[in-house]
Design a protein around this ligand. Sequence first.
Ligand SMILES: Cc1cc2nc3c(=O)[nH]c(=O)nc-3n(C[C@H](O)[C@H](O)[C@H](O)COP(=O)(O)O)c2cc1C
Length: 338
Amino acid sequence: MTGSFYSSRLARPGAVLAPMAGYSDAPMRQLAAEHGALWTVSEMISARGLVGGGDTEKLNLGRPYAGELGRVVQLFGADPDVLAAAVARAEAWFSPAAIDLNMGCPVPKIRGKGGACLLQTPEVAYTLIHAMRGATGLDVSAKIRLGWDHDRSVEVAQGLAAAGAALITVHGRTSAQRYTGQADWDAIARVAASVDVPVVGSGDITSAQIARERQRCGVAAVMIGRGAVGNPWIFTALAGGDDAWPDVTTRARTALRHAELQEAFYDDDTGRLTLRPLRKVLPAYLPDVPEVRDALVQVVTVEDVRRALDPLLDLPTGHGGGTASTARVTAGYAGQQR
Ligand SMILES: Cc1cc2nc3c(=O)[nH]c(=O)nc-3n(C[C@H](O)[C@H](O)[C@H](O)COP(=O)(O)O)c2cc1C
């Protein structure tokens, strides 16, 4: 769908999977989408890498899983010509539903190349959005923090909307704060009230209940990052399902499926590399079964995952299920894994 992706998705209830480098890869996105996420966002991809940087359509960061729909590709960069070319390439190679500009990454290596440093020179960001818009008929959006070291989010969001951003996501912290303190949802609400385009709020949502409270501040939708690690059911709850935390068997089977999707997507001949990134993810599915943790943080193959989870895969139905409050604890646990 051209140019109306966000408005059509926002017509239904649900929450958005956040872009998370090292996490929101194709397997995590697939599980989130299957559980009802409104849309998902790729890990950030260097615009320069796509344009003459040696990347190809096989780039794992951009490549969709078979049949993937509703996935936004996020780019970072600081040069309008490079971003325009990268948008065209991303559209041709990766079949995105929309393109997002990263204006929030505080990692030092990105400074001077885009990310949150654009919050110091927002007029550059406006030219980027303008150039990106000129390169595609898809929706172009931006994801910001509140500011570099102080809140100037209303001003920046208004400038981005005037430049043609179809949607703005706000992570309620400054770049200087990184991930410390609490996301400021009053500031997110002020942005939502100050622009005509939809605003998505991001920061510290670890349960469906908290999501619903945050939703009331006037945002079009909420985005969930760390709280969705090992917990795709948070999307089911917000898409209109119930808040119940699934039983241990369901969670173990989903963890195993995550490993199978991982192996299939990365298709590493040796099978030895692809499971390693999941060592930090798999225990988050089962925080209430600490006895499987040691095995899960050492997995090398899908068979290792199956063996580690074997005692849990066929327990009687209902074992270890829970309520939304249990799920909150789980998600808090997931958030501590990094
Ligand atoms: C490990 C990690 C990687 C992230 N990578 C990105 C990224 O690539 N692009 C981006 O815009 N935000 C990124 N973020 C920020 C998240 O999208 C989100 O705004 C932030 O984590 C707050 O939401 P949460 O509390 O639900 O995690 C990342 C966050 C984490 C924890």
